[in-house]
Design a binder for this molecule. Structure first.
Ligand code: SF4
Length: 338
């Protein structure tokens, strides 16, 4: 008779008691733009197709992870909408017992064509990157044109009626200050949730410096000086990375993800699966656990579950940015998955 597993054993809990129920899955390292805070401009060696996990392998991995309490999934990349028939994967993942929330992060360039299919396949929420409403600044950041297509993608997502649509804006000192008010007004006018995210040391060309950070606190005062006072909103999910506020004039809410100036590692519930099948217990960790060799060598689901537990057990308390011994990860954002 098989031994009854305790609730704890059925969960991915680390040495600090953090329960990991949120899995970010990168489905490709490829992208159709080249944001400087994420990937190099040229000469990128992308993973060969055969090295990427297949949809069957991702489905098997998630099925095992769900038995250990993973219930929230976010598909990322590179640009996930570049992966062929992504809605087929979404349909498979939405059907896995225990999965109750399915989200996607995209740069929006291919969203107008795919929004309806993604929604009907079972996608609940979509985060769309929008760092600026100015075409020149867009091309300065992403080193490709495309702002119009992103805006079309945002409106197509609203048409598709997802449970939640969020705009993610990377905030960079001496580059995006002038974008803060126009972006906030755009979100307020179109009833969209906007979040400003601090620039993190995950850029492929390694130019990131602490001075480049436009902190959440700075942006809050910009908004309060120009628009109206902000009042904090109680977190309904303690592990959510954002701190949300509502505009006291009643026109919408706004959020801040401040991994550098106000780290939130203490409540982290996130794990990552890279496009080539490596598990990471932190965005900034350089250690990976090789799930692909289990998925591809007829090894058991029990071994996969064990690997997940080992990965979580080894999780460090925090990212350590700003600490004397902090080392930038060797992989860049596009290779890890946002
Ligand atoms: S930096 Fe690492 S530990 Fe901190 S919140 Fe992000 S993934 Fe979690």
């Amino acid at each position: 008779m098989s031994r009854i597993h305790t609730t704890e054993e059925k969960q991915l809990i680390d040495s600090l008691g953090r329960v990991h129920n949120n899995l970010r899955i990168s489905v490709t390292d490829r992208c159709n733009i080249r944001c400087f805070y994420c990937m190099p401009a040229e000469n990128i060696e992308f993973q060969p197709r055969e090295e990427l996990l297949t949809y069957e392998e991702i489905e098997r991995f998630v099925t095992v992870a769900a038995t250990l309490g993973v219930s929230k999934l976010r598909l990322t990349g590179g640009e996930p909408l570049l992966r062929k028939d992504l809605s087929k994967l979404i349909k498979r993942l939405a059907a896995i017992p225990g999965i109750r929330d399915l989200a996607l992060t995209t740069n929006g360039l291919l969203l107008a064509e795919q929004a309806a299919a993604l929604k009907s396949a079972g996608l609940d929420r979509v985060n769309i990157s929008l760092d600026t409403l100015n075409e020149q600044t867009f091309e300065k950041i992403s080193r490709r044109p495309g702002l119009e297509r992103v805006l079309e993608g945002i409106f197509a997502a609203q048409q598709a009626d997802f449970k939640k649509i969020r705009l993610n804006a990377i905030a960079i000192r001496n580059l995006t200050e002038a974008e803060v008010i126009p972006l906030a007004q755009f979100a307020r006018i179109h009833a969209l949730e906007l979040r400003f995210i601090e620039f993190m040391p995950l850029d492929a060309e390694g130019h990131w410096e602490p001075e480049d950070i436009l902190t959440g606190a700075t942006i809050r005062s910009l908004l309060e000086n120009e628009l109206c006072p902000l009042e904090p909103i109680e977190r309904d999910d303690p592990s959510q990375p954002a701190t949300d506020y509502r505009f006291t004039d009643g026109l919408g809410t706004i959020g801040f993800i401040n991994p550098v100036s106000e780290p939130f590692c203490g409540d982290c519930n996130r794990l990552r699966l890279t496009a080539e099948g490596q598990i990471r217990n932190c965005l900034f960790s350089d250690t990976e656990w090789d799930a692909k060799s289990i998925l591809r060598n007829t090894r058991s689901d029990h071994e996969l579950a064990q690997l997940l537990r080992e990965c979580v057990a080894a999780k460090l308390p925090a990212h350590g940015i700003g600490q004397p011994d902090f080392k930038k990860p060797t992989l860049a954002m596009y290779q890890i998955g946002g």
